[in-house]
Design a protein around this ligand. Structure first.
Ligand code: C5P
Length: 302
């Protein structure tokens, strides 16, 4: 029986420590070897019974978040309700802290969060495997938002194998405006025209570095095949990457499809120093510091 009045779920952002991209597939997606690391930057999704499906959002970039049924949180409620023959009449409130359209899976986080929150609100107890399938219907990164930690994503990124990871410290530089993920993949295809694109494979050296918890080893192996495409669409990101490495970051890369840039640092003190230098450089809008791995979607209260 459903006696809950509201449920809040906390969901992490991600950074891709390796993003190997294959050639475009017939369905328009790309096969990936995608090593995800969840980081301690969170959105919170609260679901409450309502007369119709509504979405509200609060946070520094809330004005950039769609509040209609294109929002992945709304789609998650629709998908779960349809699966169980229920009404999707809920109010979804998103407390947004993850950069919007930033390459950190903020929209995917809200989809996974809403799915778990609605499942708890409606007392469904949907098996994990089924939730993961629904996540994959919502988007390639949504399953990882549910599980968190560190994982290798294959296929279009939705087929997950957990991997071991020590703790790492990060600074993220948030850019002005977002980048469209499909546009970045299209740019990747344009830049790859006439060249053969290798089958994407996880790097054994990177997986070993991730497991070791040694920041220098991870710094030497970070790789993002979408970085050239993101820089081609947003050349000013090169100055942000440079500002972070000049300030002492061990390595810098574009996060996923960007335009957020990620800086691996040795410790929390170094994170504060690099974040301050990035803010002073005028090459980004703001910064966040975080550690990873972070847990996946978690019910906080109900
Ligand atoms: O799966 P998701 O809806 O998040 O993907 C958004 C877009 O990103 C896709 O429509 C596609 O253009 C691109 N994409 C891709 N290959 C992937 C994942 C995403 O081309 N593996």
């Amino acid at each position: 029986m459903n006696t809950r009045k509201s449920v809040t779920v906390r969901v992490p952002a991600k950074v891709n420590v390796q993003l190997a991209v294959g050639a475009a597939r017939a369905d328009g997606f790309h096969d990936l070897a995608n090593v995800f690391l969840a980081v301690s930057l969170y959105d919170e999704v609260t679901v409450t019974p309502a007369e119709t499906l509504t979405v509200t959002c609060a946070g520094p970039d809330a004005d950039q978040v769609p509040l209609d049924r294109t929002n992945l949180a709304a789609r998650a409620a629709e998908v779960l309700a349809a699966r169980h023959g229920l009404s999707d009449a809920v109010h979804l409130h998103i407390a947004k802290n993850i950069p919007v359209a930033g390459g950190m899976a903020g929209g995917s986080a809200d989809g996974a969060g809403a799915l778990l929150a609605c499942d708890a609100l409606w007392g469904l107890g949907t098996p994990r495997a089924e939730l993961l399938k629904m996540c994959a219907e919502l988007g390639s990164d949504v399953p990882f938002s549910l599980v968190g930690g560190a994982a290798l994503g294959t296929g279009r990124g939705e087929l997950l194998t957990p991997v071991e990871a020590g703790t790492f410290h990060w600074v993220f530089a948030v850019a002005d405006g977002g980048l469209s993920t499909p546009a970045v993949f299209r740019e990747f295809d344009r830049l790859a025209e006439g060249r053969s694109v290798p089958v994407p494979q996880a790097s054994p050296a990177l997986l070993a570095a991730l497991a070791s918890g040694e920041a220098d080893a991870l710094a030497a192996t970070l790789a993002n095949d979408l970085q050239t495409a993101a820089l081609s669409l947003r050349p000013q990101l090169a100055a942000t990457l440079e500002a972070g490495t000049s300030a002492g970051a061990l390595a810098a890369l574009v996060s996923g499809s960007g335009p957020t840039t990620a800086f691996l640092v040795r410790d929390p003190e170094s994170a504060l120093k690099v974040a301050a230098a990035l803010e002073a450089s005028g090459t980004c809008r703001t910064t966040r510091t975080a550690t990873g791995p972070a847990p996946g979607a978690t019910v906080l209260s109900s």
